[in-house]
Design a protein around this ligand. Sequence first.
Ligand code: NAP
Length: 324
Amino acid sequence: MIMKAVVFHQPGDASVLQIEEREIPSPKRNEVLIKVSAAGMNRADIAQRKGNYPAPEGAVQDILGLEVSGIIHKKGDAVKQWNIGDEVCALLPGGGYAEYAVADAGSCLPIPSGFFLKDVAALTEVLFTVWQTIFQRGALQKDETAMIYGGSGGIGSMAIQLVHLYGSKAIAVAGSEEKENYCNYLGAYKTVNYNKEDLLEQLSPNTIDVILDSVGGQYLETNLALLKKEGRLVYINAMNGGFPKLNIFRMMQKRISITGATLRMRSPEFKENLALEILKNAYPLIEHEDFKNLVRNRLPFTQVAEAHALMDSRAFFGKIILCF
Ligand SMILES: NC(=O)c1ccc[n+]([C@@H]2O[C@H](COP(=O)([O-])OP(=O)(O)OC[C@H]3O[C@@H](n4cnc5c(N)ncnc54)[C@H](OP(=O)(O)O)[C@@H]3O)[C@@H](O)[C@H]2O)c1
């Protein structure tokens, strides 16, 4: 059986993405085959397309896509929790930009109430990442303050909302006034435009409990100043550089914990446990009437090059999905 998939044969700009026919994959014992309704796009897809972020061993190498929503079409013998015909959203190690994709059964979640099937394609990567980093590793407490870099992007727009709906304060860092307005709409307590303003001048030192940083580089010193004693600094990337100078004395004096995590490389067991925790603790937040849909751009998968060019440009808010 044949499906259409977005593939790339060599790294490059958005024009390397092509639509080709492929065999529909078969689910292994613990996997489900999903008839894809939509695929969510992530900044990691851009890095992979450029040749900077290869898929982990065992994952599809030449089809991008870390998350989808759709209907279970087939399942492996060991899958008990899902049935053929169930609607799910799923985290994948790759292969999501296709009409069919396989996912580990434990990496699938049901459709939260109030969401459209297509739009939940944009949910799992940001939900798993934000829950793992701000809430698990960062141990954010109610009434504490979290600062989020890239506030208007996919991760940022989930992080602002979860922090806000959890009962904590979200401070969002963004690159334009328009992006700041979007962060405010999502529930940010305060925003800072890093292109115009100095973070340390806008925010007082020793006021932040948890920082979610995907930018890295020169902001380490600022982060150490902004964090309170016992503050937690959680890295999920270092887009501006991974080798900043650390003032070890300041870190020690303020007893700051510096940590970080990846998601894609983690085992199916880890992701399944995370999914169960999300279902219990994060689903009530995203099902809240104030939660805003993250999806702002829906493009047919045939326009994948335009969708990637949009993400390359950074001139978007929230999440972009490809519809199948
Ligand atoms: N470790 C993990 O498990 C994990 C999982 C998912 C994502 N991530 C990382 O989290 C970050 C956000 O991912 P995403 O999918 O939410 O991306 P996204 O939607 O493109 O958002 C990224 C945001 O970061 C800001 N930014 C600052 N410096 C940037 C730069 N040099 N290049 C691109 N954007 C920059 C942009 O906002 P401004 O234009 O306002 O600056 C943008 O809104 C990425 O670095 C991604 O690799 C890590």
